[in-house]
Ligand binder design. Structure first.
Ligand SMILES: Cc1ncc(COP(=O)(O)O)c(C=O)c1O
Length: 391
C-alpha cells in the first residue's frame, strides 16, 4: 500500500497547539507553523481503527496495563532497533518523557549537583536541570562545517566530583545528529569512569535517514546497559503526542525500583487508555507506514536544502541525520535573531523556533519542523526566502 503524505489535513480550530496556540510565543495566530515538534500528517489508520474499536466499549475507567501492549513494545525495539529488552526492564510513566526525566533528576541527584547536557539543547531538558536547582554543565557541540561533533575534551575537562548525571538526547534535537557507536562508547566510558548515570532521551529514535542507524544506548554493551536509563515514546513517531505517554527501559534493578516508588507516590502509573491502544496498534501494524514516512521526510529535507541553496544561500542548512527538525544557521544574513524573527513572523507569516529556545548564545539560529506535506513546506520556504532576501 502507498500512503499519501501529500494530503493536507486542515488542523486549524482542532485545538492543535501547533496551529491554534501560536499567539503566546509569536504574538499572532495566522502563521504557517514550523515550530513545535508534531507532524501535520494523519495518524495511521490502524491506530484510528483501534480507537474506534475501543469506543465500542462504553466504559473508560482506570486501565490495567496489557501484556500485549508490553509485547508490542519489546518487539518494536527488537525488530526496528535490534535491541533485546527484558520485560522486567520496562517501566512506564504516562505523563511523558520530560516528566520522567524531571523525576529522575530529582531522584538521582541533589540540589547543587551538576548535570551534563550537550548544547544546543531542547529547552525543557535545560529546564529540568536549572528548574530543579541543579547546575547545568554545558558540553557545547562543535559545529564543523555543517555537522555537529561531540567535544570530548571539553566534557572531560568540565566533569567534577559534583557531576551526577548526563542527559543525552539521541538522536539529537536540534542538531539532527544520530550518534555513532564510537561516540556513544566514548561517552559511556567517560561517564562510567566518573560515576555518572546517563539518561538517554530517545524519543526521536524512529526517525533516522538513509546511511545512519540509531543505536539505543542501552544496547551498546553490558556496562552501557547498566548505566543507561532510556526514555522512549510512540508520541512523535505516530503523531500521538497529545495522548501522553513514556516508556522507560531501566535494566538496573535498584534504579528502576527507586523510579517506580516515586512514580507510584505521585500516582502516575496508570496508562491513558488511548495511548496504550494507539501504541500497541502502531507498533504492531504501522512499520511500513513509518518506512514510507521516513522516505517522504528525507525528500522534504532534500527539498529544503536545494531550495535554500538556490534561493537563500546565506543560510547554512545543518542537514539532519535523523529527526524531522532542521537546524538553520542564518548568521551570514548579518541580522540579529530578533530582526530575523520579526521578518519571519510579520513579513513571511511563518513560525519557526528561535535559537534561544535551545539555550543561550544561539544568535542567528532557527529550527524548522519539516514534518508536513510538501506543498506546505514549499509555501513556507518561498515565504521565508522572499522575506529574508528582500529586507
Ligand atoms: C528530545 C525531546 N524529548 C522530549 C520531548 C517531549 O516529550 P514528552 O511530550 O513525552 O514529554 C520532545 C518533544 O519535542 C523532544 O524533542
Amino acid at each position: 500500500m502507498i500512503y499519501d503524505f501529500d494530503k493536507i489535513v486542515d488542523r486549524r480550530n482542532s485545538g492543535s497547539y501547533k496551529w491554534d496556540g501560536m499567539k503566546r510565543l509569536f504574538g499572532r495566530d495566522d502563521l504557517l507553523p514550523f515550530w513545535v515538534a508534531d507532524m501535520d500528517f494523519a495518524t495511521p489508520k490502524p491506530v484510528t481503527d483501534a480507537f474506534k474499536q475501543r469506543l465500542e466499549h462504553p466504559v473508560f475507567g482506570y486501565k490495567a496495563r496489557g501484556e500485549s501492549y508490553c509485547r508490542a513494545i519489546l518487539k518494536w525495539l527488537a525488530v526496528r532497533h535490534g535491541w533485546v529488552v527484558k520485560r522486567e526492564w520496562l517501566t512506564f510513566c504516562p505523563p511523558g518523557v520530560v516528566q520522567s526525566i524531571h523525576m529522575l533528576v530529582n531522584l538521582l541527584s541533589e540540589p547543587g549537583d551538576e548535570i551534563i547536557l550537550q548544547t544546543p539543547a531542547y529547552n525543557p531538558l535545560i529546564n529540568v536541570v536549572t528548574g530543579n536547582n541543579r547546575k547545568l554543565l554545558r558540553n557545547e557541540l562543535k559545529l564543523t562545517g555543517n555537522r555537529y561533533e561531540i567535544d570530548f575534551d571539553d566534557l572531560t575537562r568540565k566533569i567534577s566530583g559534583k557531576t551526577r548525571l548526563m542527559i543525552l538526547c539521541s538522536p539529537h534535537n536540534p542538531s539532527g545528529r544520530v550518534w555513532k557507536e564510537d561516540e556513544l562508547g566514548k561517552l559511556t566510558d567517560i561517564c562510567i569512569d566518573n560515576n555518572i548515570k546517563i539518561i538517554s532521551d530517545e524519543i526521536h529514535a524512529d526517525f533516522v535517514y538513509k546511511g545512519h542507524r540509531h543505536i539505543p544506548l542501552g544496547s551498546l554493551s553490558d556496562k552501557a546497559r547498566n548505566n543507561a536509563i532510556t526514555c522512549l515514546s510512540a508520541g512523535k513517531t505516530f503523531n500521538i503526542s497529545g495522548l501522553q505517554q513514556a516508556v522507560l527501559v531501566i535494566p538496573d534493578e535498584a534504579t528502576r525500583h527507586l523510579f517506580e516508588e516515586a512514580r507510584d507516590v505521585a500516582q502516575i502509573n496508570l496508562d491513558n487508555i488511548f495511548s496504550e491502544v494507539a501504541t500497541e496498534a502502531a507498533y504492531t501494524h504501522c512499520g511500513e507506514w513509518l518506512d514510507q514516512l521516513i522516505t517522504y521526510l528525507q525528500c522534504n529535507v532534500e527539498y529544503l536544502s536545494d531550495y535554500l541553496g538556490k534561493n537563500l544561500p546565506e543560510v547554512n542548512v545543518i542537514k539532519p541525520e535523523g529527526t524531522y527538525l532542521v537546524w538553520l544557521d542564518m548568521r551570514e544574513l548579518g541580522k540579529s535573531s530578533r530582526e530575523i524573527n520579526d521578518l519571519l513572523v510579520n513579513r513571511a507569516g511563518v513560525a519557526l523556533y528561535e535559537g534561544k529556545e535551545f539555550g543561550e548564545k544561539r544568535e542567528g539560529f532557527f529550527r524548522m519542523n519539516i514534518a508536513c506535506p510538501r506543498t506546505l513546506l514549499s509555501d513556507g520556504l518561498k515565504r521565508i526566502s522572499d522575506a529574508l532576501k528582500n529586507y
